[in-house]
Design a protein around this ligand. Sequence first.
Ligand code: ATP
Length: 296
Amino acid sequence: MSGQEQVVVAVHNLHRTFGTKVALANVSLDIRRGGVYGLVGGNGAGKTTLIRHILGLFTPQAGSVMVFGINPVVNPPAVLSRIGFLAEDRDIPGWMRVHELLSYTRAFYPDWDPAFAEELRDMFELPPGQKVQSLSRGQIARAGLLLALAHRPELLVLDEPSSGLDPVVRRDILSAIIRTVADEGRTVLFSSHLLDEVERVADRVAMLHAGRIVLDESLEQLKSKQRIMTLRFAVPQSAPPILTGAIPLNGAGKEWTCVCEDAELVRMAAGSLGVEVIGESAASLEEIFMARSSKG
Ligand code: ATP
């Protein structure tokens, strides 16, 4: 398989405005087959807008989006039949009973796997005769997940999959499903504001801040490079200090805690300025995100 075929989603210089609001600014990213790609960012960062372009629901104002090498706006069936999508708002008809929902959705997907759908229905504790409108919020979230999974899509796109799910389902079932899909050589793109969750399941993470990609890296690389360092300055600093490679997270006076992209570089810069490194540890995705957001 060539490198090009390995790229399931190719986004290049995608730009989108709503009136004067820039929702996506020159966003480029490649999502490769068989991985779990976490899309993180605060409220209004542009995650859902990016996902809508990938699904072909928005036409790029500038730039391009290709999925499986196909333009999703030009040929939606060829793309959407290979995607499983869980929308953030879980748009499911309330008047349908669970079994009707399954047979209705099945009609759209030639590859629907009824045995797998039944297995998921059972695992998600969704009574077949119950109307969707009488399901709990958590059950509706699980029903949405079932619909996204049951045709075993090549690309699974989950927009905030955790919202509505209780912590146990979120931690044990959702993570297991996401990992299984990737281990089977299929691809997962999921957006989340829960950074610990992304840290647990993603192979690669893209961070959007105010419509811009501020980070796009494998989690392994990211975690191995980024360190938290606490620095002690000789004199109190009245503002967050500027030190090459160090992004201040918090602090006051002489002591400041920073996220450092290259610990060695910061040690050298600190040494030459007479700044003491008094603590060092691995950075969590949450800390990296906070630092990048403040920089972005
Ligand atoms: P959230 O986590 O809150 O859902 P998000 O990262 O998914 O946020 P988007 O929904 O993509 O962010 O929104 C990006 C920006 O574009 C926001 O400022 C939002 O208000 C704006 N926006 C999105 N869709 C529209 C629309 N249809 N009309 C006008 N503005 C929009």
